[in-house]
Write a protein that binds this ligand. Structure first.
Ligand code: WT7
Length: 654
């Protein structure tokens, strides 16, 4: 295999896990899918007759024009529900009002500053979305135009997404932790015509300068005509006349019954940028009908949503998890959502448990990196808290180590809650592999089995299925409604990245293996992508940021194991001259923070005279990964151009 392949040894502990946890009988008794036979029946139906299966499920969507064909599949181009028209915000709101559920709680929001709390019924949420939609229409934003959203995790973020959807505008949510450079890149790539932001956002008691970042970005975003600003923190901001408008002024006097724009099934609903193995983030494109159906159906299956549930997904809407399991999935399913604005340790490390005690969510969905932080912060923040409202737990973003799984099960779940370890990606639109909590026996560290409609295969580099028990590339052999429809503005890269290495199949970019029970175990990425705290970062993006600093000649970024974040960013840097100083390390960290955002700031910086390269000049990251992790180099070094480089690098280790 190529040099960028992760050594299989990094998942060794996971691979020896033998424990099995059957779903509790009382959970299964009430579950939507309560037995493996039911699961298999659904699975086989979806596999053998995808059109019949999905056609049946799509019937409940609020079509304004019926579709003529369920699926039109010319790999890699999929069209689901061809010719149909509907509106995603109507699927999340209007249809529940029509069904008499207007007074049901749609959203409970807890602010980071203690004591701040708001609640919206479906009727109230619908009204707010309508007002913002009308305001955006009045600004002249047209169906198909792109609106960037750069906001803190407030109800208005969800409202902004749905308001865009309502007028047929394509939203591109940019995580509030990203820098002005990152906003400018995304505005330019998408041709965004407007940005919706806030004056600032709370993060651990201090405020982030969101509007200021947007101001800098918009100077470099010639397509942006309008900036809408929510007053959140009350900090001073500059308002540019003719361009900027306050959110409260935008919605002043606007109607609460704005008609939804009927959109084609395949009209883009949103773009979400994610890191790939090149320097430029990819704008992953999702469309309307298939995406909403996938988000809703997977929410119902995996979280077993019932009418009396309160669902807390801790993800920010800046990530795909916040799109599919905060906004679209649970709302399309008519569920009640809980969202929290701030950090889990603000103002103290027991904040989540305090919120659970007060709000009584029944389902809690978070990331392994958060769970490892909770473990580290200690039992004193949890003991004495009443977590008995919880009936189901979930994880997403990276594999969960069995130790954290067991801790989650025992301490947070009180041994009574099933855990759903959900494998999926920005590209897949929704969960692909996961236990169904009422029927799938779980094994700590495995995402278990594919959902109905998902047909995975594990193949070698020649595209041939590997023998069971062996690792290989994870591919999908059939289309599914929530799949990405392209990379914004770059069809070639779409084909190249996902569809060319194993022709006709979707290449997920992860290694995986199947065990004797057919369970899937994800073994990490096959490309140069790091997974830091459950978020994908491209090594090349970090390297490009570093070499744009005047002192840096060359840089290589790799991941090393980190007990909380999963992976930490380690960089190896050669300088243009001069002596490395501690001041320079701080300067480089700050530089990456400015270029990309705090998530990408390197944890370790190693200065080196040269980097290990192959004779053809490729940096041997595999060796750097070993050094960064403090491991002996086990792999083949015969292609290394200069052996002394390794010894020198080890000598430089700090
Ligand atoms: C990559 C996708 C899906 C939303 C959050 C991340 C890794 C994700 C799991 C899991 C093992 C996982 C994969 C995947 N990943 N969930 N349950 N077990 N690995 O979305 O940023 O698009 O990243 O995250 O490597 O390819 P993303």
């Amino acid at each position: 295999m190529s040099e960028v392949q992760r050594p299989a040894g990094t998942v060794a502990s996971v691979m020896t896990e033998e424990r099995m946890f059957p779903p509790p009988a009382e959970f299964s008794a009430r579950a939507r899918i309560g037995s493996l036979e039911d699961y298999r029946r659904l699975y086989d139906a979806a596999k053998n007759d995808p059109e019949g299966f999905w056609g049946e499920r799509a019937a409940a969507l609020p079509w304004t024009t019926p579709y003529t064909k369920v699926l039109d599949w010319h790999p890699p181009a999929a069209k689901w529900f061809v010719g149909g028209r509907l509106n995603a915000s109507a699927a999340c709101l209007d249809r529940h009002l029509a069904a008499g559920k207007g007074e049901k709680t749609a959203l409970v929001w807890v602010g980071e500053p203690t004591g701040e709390r708001r609640e919206y019924t479906y009727r109230q949420l619908h009204a707010e979305v309508c007002r913002v939609a009308a305001g955006l229409r009045k600004l002249g934003i047209k169906p198909g135009e792109v609106v960037s959203i750069y906001m803190p995790m407030t109800p208005e973020l969800v409202i902004a997404m749905l308001a865009c959807a309502r007028i047929g505008a394509v939203h591109s949510v940019i995580f509030g932790g990203f820098s002005s450079e990152a906003i400018a890149d995304r505005n330019q790539d998408a041709g965004a015509v407007a940005v919706i932001t806030a004056d600032g956002g709370w993060r651990r008691g201090s405020s982030l300068p969101l509007k200021k970042n947007v101001d800098i970005a918009v100077e470099k975003s010639p397509t942006v005509r309008h900036v809408v600003v929510l007053k959140r923190t009350g900090q001073a901001v500059e308002m540019v006349a003719g361009r900027d408008i306050w959110w409260h002024d935008l919605i002043e006097g606007m109607p609460t019954d704005t008609a939804p724009e009927p959109m084609d099934s395949e009209a883009p609903l949103f773009i979400l940028y994610t890191s790939g193995s090149t320097g430029k983030p990819k704008g992953i494109k999702h469309t309307t009908a298939g995406y909403v159906l996938w988000a809703q159906t997977t929410s119902e299956w995996v979280f077993d949503l019932r009418d009396d549930d309160l669902f807390w997904c801790t993800a920010d809407c800046g990530w795909i998890t916040g799109h599919s399991y905060v906004t679209y999935g649970p709302l399309a399913a008519g569920a009640s959502l809980l969202i929290y604005e701030g950090a889990p340790n603000a103002p103290h490390e027991g904040r989540f448990w305090e919120i659970i005690e007060a709000e009584k969510p029944t389902i809690f969905y978070t990331a392994p990196t958060a769970i490892r932080s909770f473990m580290k912060w200690g039992m004193e923040h949890i003991e004495g808290r009443d977590l008995s409202s919880l009936r189901l737990l979930g994880t997403v973003g990276e594999g969960i180590n069995p130790e954290a799984w067991i801790w989650y099960h025992e301490v947070i779940g009180g041994k009574r809650c099933p855990i759903v370890d959900t494998w999926w990606q920005t590209e897949t639109g929704g969960i692909m592999m996961s236990p169904l909590p009422g029927c799938t026996p779980t094994k700590p560290g495995s995402c278990t089995l594919p959902l109905p409609g998902v047909v995975p295969e594990i193949v070698d580099a020649a595209g041939a299925p590997v023998t069971p028990g062996h690792g290989g590339w994870l591919v999908m052999t059939q289309p599914w409604p929530g799949m990405l429809r392209g990379i914004w503005g770059d069809d070639e890269r779409f084909v190249e990245t996902y569809w060319s290495k194993v022709p006709g199949k979707y290449l997920a970019g992860d290694n995986a293996r199947q065990d004797k029970d057919g369970y899937y175990w994800i073994m990490g990425r096959i490309d140069d992508v790091l997974n830091v705290a459950g978020h994908r970062l491209s090594t090349i993006e970090i390297e490009s940021a570093l070499v744009s600093h005047p002192s840096v000649a060359e840089a290589a970024a790799v991941g090393r194991p980190h007990d909380v974040k999963g992976e930490a960013v380690a960089v190896f840097v050669t300088l243009r001259g001069g002596v490395p100083t501690d001041g320079l390390k701080d300067a480089l960290r700050k530089h990456v923070r400015q270029q990309i955002g705090a998530l990408a700031a390197p944890d370790d910086i190693h200065f080196a005279a040269t980097l290990p390269k192959t004779r053809s000049g490729k940096i041997m990251r595999r060796l750097l990964r070993d050094i960064a992790a403090g491991r002996e180099t086990v792999g083949d070094t015969t292609t290394l151009e200069d052996y002394t480089v390794l010894a020198t690098l080890r000598g430089n280790d700090e």
